[in-house]
Design a binder for this molecule. Structure first.
Ligand code: ATP
Ligand code: MG
Length: 581
């Protein structure tokens, strides 16, 4: 139970207090009018049973007045507690959602490789919604269903213990039945949540990949995957309802049978003369009041179990370790040192093995190597998207692990292999480099990145919206926008991943010019497949299957007769190739 409450409140059971108090007061509020009604009935009953005493109208007036006053009190208490209960639930889920999103931002990218994006969206929206509903609705009901019968039982035992006993005798049986089915319920809920997430992920995959699906004519295959996942969800839903339904109904029937038993015993005792009519009536009134919340709770039991699993999923992510380190980068232009760095996206398959090199401030370093040799990985490690498994990376004289990832990124501009643009205006996409940039600053950066002309040529200029991921712009245009972004950021370290790949010569010249503007006076790490573009680099690092195999200037490496000189000669030949017509 303790565990359950802990889970359901997302690890802060204290936040359940307002709703607990509200529920208990609500319980008392429901019993008092019942007791007053019985007193009213008793007064009338006495006047009939003993006509010589007559009707005590004063007492009736007092009871009516108290009943009326009680209504007002109940209303006032309700209004304020209601607010508090819902406020607790909704603020818990609003701040909780934001906190979770913030927490996720601090996790290493490795975490995202393990989870489907659809799964995370579901977690933040749907699982949180589930827990929120349970806290605002089901928990108060659960508490009142526990507190009310206990209070009623203690009161009624004094009045007539035989009646009280019959009334409650079946409750433990109902609870026992639920308790016995708990494991089944937990497993069914887990199955259902998993099937739901799977379906959401497949749907997301289907919708975001629609371009590739069309291009490769895969609609049949992908659609089949989607259909299968919806099928599984249907099965899980049916199983959840079909198996749990009868069990919950059984528990409900068992519990409610106490009421019937009590009526039967009451009539018997009444006829036998050992029970007075007012006491019997009191039992009837209280009975209907307490079996009502108990039934509702039993009906909601499945939902609460389900929420506990949702809450567990939320807490699992909350407990995922964020990257350590809180320091800022101290040097204005830090060097970058890899010291025996070993890293793999999966710990058991290293992508980089024992790599060591030093990048001096304000120099240009090129990374060269075959596809898959680990070039992009080196740049991702410098930006600390992942933590390494062995060795040390130094930024200046600080180990990268002591630096807060977001502070590190303030010193780094990245132009990725595949540029991502947000669904916003072009101007705002450049502004990401510096959130408080003025329009003039944005335009200056765009001019230096050689994209001002094409942007001004668009009908809405800088206010032109970009489709999600930049789908409405050409590859070269996107790259120049991302270079403008990097220029605006003006960071001391620049990571350029194959910025000139797959561009036509005219576009490439423009991008090259943009890059030249970007790298002036900066520490640059550059990846380019075309070795011509990196001839002037201060240092060239050659990677082969995750190992550093050569290092030096263009001239030195060319003389070395190693991988670099082979690649160079191959590319020189390829330049001379012509398609014969
Ligand atoms: N997110 C990832 N998860 C798992 N493995 C990855 C991931 N990214 C890259 N890899 C693997 O790590 C290895 C190195 O990849 P990397 O992207 O660094 O190569 P690269 O030298 O940049 O290649 P290219 O020239 O094709 O861009 C490859 O074998 C690749 O399959
Ligand atoms: Mg790469």
């Amino acid at each position: 139970m303790k565990n359950y409450l802990y889970n359901i409140s997302g690890g802060s059971p204290r936040s359940l207090w307002p709703s607990a108090i509200a529920a208990i007061l609500d319980g008392i509020a429901k019993i008092i009018p019942a007791a007053l009604l019985v007193d009213l009935f008793n007064t009338i009953y006495v006047s009939f049973a003993h006509p010589e005493i007559g009707l005590n109208t004063n007492r009736m007036w007092v009871v009516c007045l108290i009943l009326f006053a009680w209504l007002l009190v109940e209303y006032a208490a309700y209004a304020s507690l209601y607010d508090k209960t819902y406020l607790a639930a909704y603020s818990l889920s609003a701040t909780g959602r934001l906190k979770l999103a913030e927490h996720i931002r601090h996790l290493s990218l490795g975490f995202f490789g393990k989870r489907d994006p659809g799964d995370l969206t579901n977690l933040i929206l749907s699982d949180y919604g589930q827990v929120e509903h349970t806290i605002s609705h089901n928990v108060p009901q659960l508490i009142s269903a526990v507190v009310l019968p206990i209070m009623a039982l203690t009161g009624l035992i004094w009045l007539d213990f035989r009646m009280a006993l019959v009334m409650f005798i079946a409750v433990p049986l109902g609870v026992l039945l639920l308790w016995l089915t708990d494991t089944i319920q937990a497993r069914l809920s887990e199955n259902h949540v998993q099937a739901k997430n799977e379906a959401a992920s497949r749907l997301q995959e289907y919708l975001t990949g629609i371009r590739e699906i069309k291009a490769h004519n895969m609609s049949g295959k992908r659609f089949e995957r989607l259909r299968l996942s919806f099928d599984r969800l249907k099965q899980a839903s049916i199983r959840l309802e079909a198996i749990m339904g009868p069990m919950i109904m059984g528990a409900m029937l068992l519990t409610r049978s106490g009421m019937t038993l009590m009526i039967w015993t009451g009539s018997y005792l009444l006829v036998g003369g050992s029970l007075s009519l007012p006491v019997f009536l009191l039992f009837l009134l209280v009975g209907t009041k307490i079996f009502e919340p108990l039934t509702i709770v039993l009906m909601n039991y499945g939902e609460m179990r389900y929420s506990a699993y949702s809450a567990q999923r939320i807490m699992d992510v909350q407990q995922e370790q964020t990257m350590e380190g809180s320091a800022d980068v101290t040097a204005a232009h830090p060097s970058i040192i890899f010291d025996q760095v070993t890293f793999g996206y999966e710990a058991q398959t290293p992508v980089l093995s024992g790599v060591s090199f030093t990048i001096k401030p304000k120099t240009i370093t090129a990374l060269v190597g075959a596809s898959g040799s680990g070039k992009s990985t080196v740049t991702r490690l410098i930006a600390r998207f992942w933590d390494i498994q062995a060795g040390t990376i130094y930024i200046g004289d600080q180990s990268i692990r002591t630096i807060a990832p977001e502070k590190l990124l303030q010193h780094i501009s990245i132009v990725f292999q595949d540029v991502y643009l947000f669904q916003d205006t072009i101007g705002n996409n450049i502004r990401i480099g510096k959130m408080d940039a003025t329009q003039a600053e944005i335009e200056a950066a765009a001019k230096r990145a050689c994209c001002h002309d094409f942007i001004s040529g668009l009908p809405q200029g800088y206010n032109t919206p970009v489709g999600e991921g930049g789908s409405t712009l050409s590859g070269g245009e996107k790259q120049r926008i991302s270079i403008a972004r990097a220029l605006l950021k003006n960071a001391s370290i620049i990571l350029l991943d194959e910025a000139t790949a797959s561009l036509d010569p005219e576009n490439e010249a423009a991008v090259q010019q943009a890059i030249n503007a970007l790298v002036a006076d900066k520490t640059v790490i550059l990846i380019a497949h075309r070795l011509k573009t990196i001839q002037n680099a201060d240092n060239i690092i050659v990677l082969d299957q995750g190992r550093l195999v050569e290092e030096g200037t263009h001239d030195k490496l060319l003389n070395g007769q190693g991988i670099y000189s082979r690649l160079w000669h191959l590319q020189q030949q390829a330049e001379g190739w012509q398609v014969k017509t």
